[in-house]
Design a protein around this ligand. Structure first.
Ligand SMILES: [Fe+2]
Length: 263
């Protein structure tokens, strides 16, 4: 097991967040190749997202205002987000352990890496990098309904650790809900079925796959999702569809209260 952990690619290792103010964190010296990787990924997604990503995501994308040709500074994106919703970014090296992750969300802080995938990983990388963290997540961090859900989700996650005994299944329920909503969620917009999950919108292949007939679209039901396992290494074949972010927030509150995770 130890070997498996040290062999994990960058971004897949567990680490604690850098709790300094994002403006005090030095920007890494990105190479021209890395800026080009961002520009390529960004151009690819600009081609596939219109008409596929949800209206709320596309509005958020405009509000966040990413540069098209170079890697943005986390502090600049954090400032854009904060002006709209009060949420901020904090820098991390990889995956934050669940309890610390939930705590960040409950404090309206979203962790982002500050490194980008290698050029040979442009099509697909299972490990989160800053393209996924920023392009995938930042646009909805300016949406008030999504943010209300996300903060409540963080508080319920903290409660799963602080109120429930060790080994309680609640500690597994929250990551599953995260997976099938924040990372791989679909939503019904007036124009039709659209994407809001960060794991989909940040991957060209996953965007096309998710809306195709190759996937099964399930009615949104947190009591089903909480017990549903998932596979992080392959394209997702089972997706859950919400009607709106109001529904996501309301049903999450109902679910979390019924399980003693929110008051
Ligand atoms: Fe993510």
């Amino acid at each position: 097991m130890d070997n498996a952990i040290t062999d994990l690619p960058r971004g897949m290792q567990e680490c604690l967040p850098d709790y300094r103010d994002i403006h005090e964190v030095a920007v890494p010296p990105y190479t021209d190749v890395e800026h080009h990787t961002w520009a390529t990924l960004y151009a690819n997604q600009q081609k596939v997202l219109p008409g596929r990503a949800c209206d709320e995501f596309l509005a958020g994308l405009e509000a966040v205002d990413f540069p098209a040709d170079r890697i943005p500074r986390l502090a600049d994106i954090s400032d854009h987000i904060e002006r709209h919703s009060g949420w901020r970014l904090t820098r991390v090296d990889g995956l934050v352990p669940n309890y610390e992750f939930f705590k960040l969300l409950s404090e309206r802080l979203f962790p982002s890496t500050d490194f980008i995938r290698r050029p040979d990983e442009i099509e697909y990388t299972p490990s989160p990098d800053m393209f996924h963290d920023l392009l995938g997540h930042a646009p909805l961090l300016v949406n008030p309904r999504f943010c209300a859900f996300f903060e409540a989700f963080g508080r319920a996650g903290v409660a799963a650790f602080e109120r429930m005994p060790e080994g309680h299944p609640a500690r597994d329920w929250l990551p599953r809900i995260y997976w099938f909503t924040v990372e791989f969620g679909l939503i019904r917009n007036p124009g039709g079925l659209r994407i809001y999950g960060a794991g989909i919108v940040s991957s060209p292949g996953e965007v096309l796959h998710s809306l195709s007939d190759a996937t099964t679209k399930h009615a949104f039901d947190l009591d089903v999702i909480m017990n549903r396992s998932y596979d992080i290494w392959h394209m997702q074949d089972d997706l859950f569809v919400i009607d709106s972010f109001d529904q996501l927030e309301d049903s999450f509150y109902t679910w979390a209260r019924s399980h003693g995770l929110l008051n």
